[in-house]
Design a binder for this molecule. Structure first.
Ligand code: DSN
Length: 419
């Protein structure tokens, strides 16, 4: 690369990724083919609009590419194009969720503020939800009236009775199921019945577990949801980006006389975005094909086995794991209980090359900037080929850092060198 400054940064980042253990559950390592597609000439092209309905010339191959990507997305999640549409243009997860709210619960024009903004109901960020599920600092909490549910104090699990009570009281237009830091299965059927009771749309944001759904290692939300959004770069192992699936047979959309697929497409473009990032769509198409291969199913199941092993081994060493374990790719560890803040723990671990992120735990009594927990996940390490034995070793290393205050960089390097 002629730009030696950026070239060196890329080299340094490559070395960092090779020589450290990435336990951040929302990160992964894409294939060379995905990188090649991301770095392709499709980045040069404008294609505002949709296949066969663009505002620019020269889109012969862009049309083929976007249609192919849509076909692969539907095939991967075993969906019929008659029943489901998919929009592959969202730049990432936050605009994808924003587009859904714009499409299905557009705020009214009211300069005097007398018309109330539509209500959305999602999981609280500090209980495991996401900023775009209606947090007050996010546009989704500013332009929409947001009410948010949490988990039970004792169980640390979703409490469907409490969610139902809240839905009945608040009557939201959209109920959001999905998480960034909840380690358990979601009962999508129960969410559907709650949404039906209050005539709300059910949006499932499967960003974190999309790869697990693709590999049949987590229940599919598609039989129950009106809309499914997902980022494409987490457990799904594609480039950064997002997709929005819309259920053409949504009963609530029919009741509201909305063509749900069209409404989503219009909200993405021209509602929210300009030209699609075609290089990103090319890379997504590559990764969707990879995820249909039988090896991906094995990968998805191994992700969960690895996360379970981390949880079990940490518990053996006396660490409190939120909700007692995990059914997914991630777990939350209450490090404050052992006298160390989440941020302090994460910084200490990084000094030894173990990369995690600090995170609130349910009903956290500490501030978000140094909360009680760390969040650990296994998609990236599983991509490197690590299995249960390596997870056991990693737990001993984490314990040595946090309890014995040892620096285990040498052991981390040695393990990374093998994978
Ligand atoms: N920032 C992502 C995560 O780490 O979970 C969610 O968007």
């Amino acid at each position: 690369m002629r730009d030696s400054i950026v070239g060196k940064l890329i080299q340094a980042e490559t070395k960092r990724q090779k020589e450290t253990l990435d336990l951040i559950p929302s990160e992964n390592i894409v294939s060379k083919e995905v990188l090649q597609a991301l770095g392709s000439v499709f980045t040069n092209k404008y294609a505002e609009g949709y296949p066969a309905a663009r505002y620019y010339g020269g889109n012969e191959y862009a049309d083929k590419l976007e249609s192919l990507c849509q076909e692969r997305a539907l095939k991967l999640f075993r969906l019929s194009p008659k029943k489901w549409s998919v929009n592959v243009q969202p730049y990432s997860g936050s605009p994808a969720n924003l587009a859904v709210y714009l499409a299905l619960a557009c705020p009214p024009k009211s300069e005097d503020g007398k018309v109330p903004t539509p209500k959305i109901m999602g999981m609280q960020l500090d209980m495991g939800g996401h900023l775009t599920h209606g947090h007050s600092v996010s546009a989704t909490g500013k332009f929409w009236t947001a009410v948010r549910y949490g988990v039970g104090k004792e169980t640390e699990l979703l409490d469907y009775n409490a969610i139902r009570r809240m839905a009945k009281k608040e009557k939201p237009k959209i109920i959001i199921a999905g998480f960034t830091a909840y380690p358990r299965l979601i009962d999508f059927k129960k969410f559907r019945s709650i949404a039906d009771e209050v005539d709300a749309y059910l949006l499932v944001d499967m960003s974190h577990f999309a790869g697990l759904v693709a590999g049949s290692a987590y229940p599919s939300p598609f039989p129950y949801a009106d809309i499914v959004t997902t980022t494409t770069h987490k457990s799904l192992r594609g480039p950064r980006g997002a997709m929005i699936f819309a259920n053409r047979e949504s009963k609530i959309a029919a009741k509201n006389k909305i063509d749900i697929a069209k409404a989503i497409d219009r909200a993405v473009f021209p509602g929210l975005q300009g030209g699609p990032h075609l290089n990103q769509i090319a890379a997504l198409a590559v990764s969707l094909k990879e995820a249909t291969e039988p090896s991906f199913k094995k990968y998805a199941h191994q992700i969960v086995k690895n996360a379970r092993t981390l949880a079990v081994e940490l518990k053996k060493l006396g660490w409190r794991v939120i909700s007692g374990g995990t059914d997914t790719h991630l777990l939350l560890v209450d490090v404050a209980e052992r006298g160390i803040g989440g941020k302090d723990a994460s910084i200490l671990l990084e000094k030894s090359g173990i990369i995690s992120n600090y995170n609130t735990i349910p009903y956290d009594h500490r501030p978000p900037m140094n909360p009680s927990g760390i969040r650990l996940g296994t998609p990236a390490l599983t991509t490197r080929g690590m299995k249960e034995n390596e997870m056991k070793k990693i737990v001993t290393l984490i314990n040595a850092v946090l309890v014995e205050k040892k620096n285990v960089s040498k052991e981390v390097h040695a393990l990374c060198a093998k994978f």
